[in-house]
Design a protein around this ligand. Structure first.
Ligand SMILES: Cc1cc2nc3c(=O)[nH]c(=O)nc-3n(C[C@H](O)[C@H](O)[C@H](O)COP(=O)(O)OP(=O)(O)OC[C@H]3O[C@@H](n4cnc5c(N)ncnc54)[C@H](O)[C@@H]3O)c2cc1C
Length: 279
């Protein structure tokens, strides 16, 4: 018997897997639909808590198009018990979903600005709803640059979509990998090495960063060196999360909770704490 959506943020809604796609050896994308209930609306950068029944819950960002009403999309990397259990589910199986939670990307701050997106690995997933919005409302923004880095060519997500974005003349999309075999003819190097290759006016730019913390630290530094002020840089933070509503304290990041005050933060507001190791 399926449970109906609950107004209680701690009670998961039961969702059915409509499609499952493998994106990389350890990454897969699920499209979910509620059974009979309304589809939860979300803003780019928000996340849901997904339950693998009998195993546990994990925070996973929404990676689909907010304007499309055809389900909730999540891209998940297999790292531990919950993501492994979710990876074992197939089309037609069910899982639990609480959310959406958190403060997402500042879409209104991007209007009229050049936009630079810096994504590392699975970090492209939480930025993908932003990309859909930028492309759908392209004339509301200045230059748009999407810079994406992965460990190897086999880790590149959303290949067909990236190819279609690459063909557009009104955005710059550059992809790089840390290491590759001889049959790779693209860029090799960390994602920040792509920054000098794209056009943007640093004084009129907003930059959004998502990826491993080390990548975001170097990304912020490179953007700063290029003249982008700290107040125009936003980062999406990750910490282990339990309640997702600011009660349990698991994701406390000094004065803030990543679940309810983030996960997206303006860089100047967390600069000091991001520099502290192991916080
Ligand atoms: C706001 C937010 C949004 C997130 N969005 C996504 C998303 O869209 N897709 C996604 O795949 N993950 C996302 N994550 C990360 C995801 O929540 C964790 O990977 C989660 O802990 C996985 O649960 P698990 O039980 O499988 O692994 P755990 O048992 O929690 O972790 C297993 C091992 O993997 C390590 N580990 C945990 N997370 C990561 C990581 N991100 N990278 C490398 N190693 C890790 C742990 O240190 C541990 O050693 C997000 C996290 C947050 C806080």
């Amino acid at each position: 018997m399926l449970q109906v959506a609950s107004p209680d943020p701690m009670v998961p809604q039961v969702m059915r897997i409509v499609t499952r796609r493998k994106d990389a050896p350890d990454v897969f994308t699920l499209r979910l639909e509620p059974e009979g209930d309304d589809l939860p609306a979300f803003a780019p950068g928000q996340f849901n808590m997904l339950t693998a029944f009998g195993v546990g819950e994990s925070a996973i960002s929404v990676s689909g198009d907010p304007a499309k009403g055809d389900g909730i999309v999540h891209t998940i990397r297999t790292v531990g018990a919950v993501s492994r259990a979710l990876a074992g589910l197939r089309k037609g199986d069910t899982l639990g979903l609480r959310g959406p939670f958190g403060v997402g990307w500042p879409m209104e701050a991007l209007e009229g600005k050049d936009v630079v997106l810096l994504a590392g690995g699975i970090g492209l997933a939480p930025l993908r709803p932003v990309i859909y919005r930028l492309l759908a409302e392209r004339d509301r923004f200045g230059e748009v640059a999407i810079l994406y880095g992965t460990r190897s060519p086999g880790d590149i997500l959303y290949l067909r979509e990236l190819e279609s974005w690459r063909r557009r003349l009104d955005i710059d999309l550059l992809v790089t990998v840390d290491h590759a075999a001889d049959d790779w003819h693209g860029h090799v190097g960390v994602v920040t090495t792509l920054l000098p290759r794209v056009a943007f006016d640093p004084e009129n730019t907003v930059a959004l960063l998502c990826g491993p913390e080390i990548m975001m630290r170097f990304g912020v530094q490179a953007l700063g060196n290029a003249g982008v002020p700290d107040e125009a840089i936003y980062v999406s933070m990750e910490r282990n999360m339990k309640c997702a509503i600011g009660l349990c304290g698991h994701c406390q990041f000094s004065p803030v909770f990543i679940c309810k005050d983030g996960p997206v933060f303006r860089y100047d507001r967390i600069r000091y704490h991001l520099a502290l190791k192991e916080l």
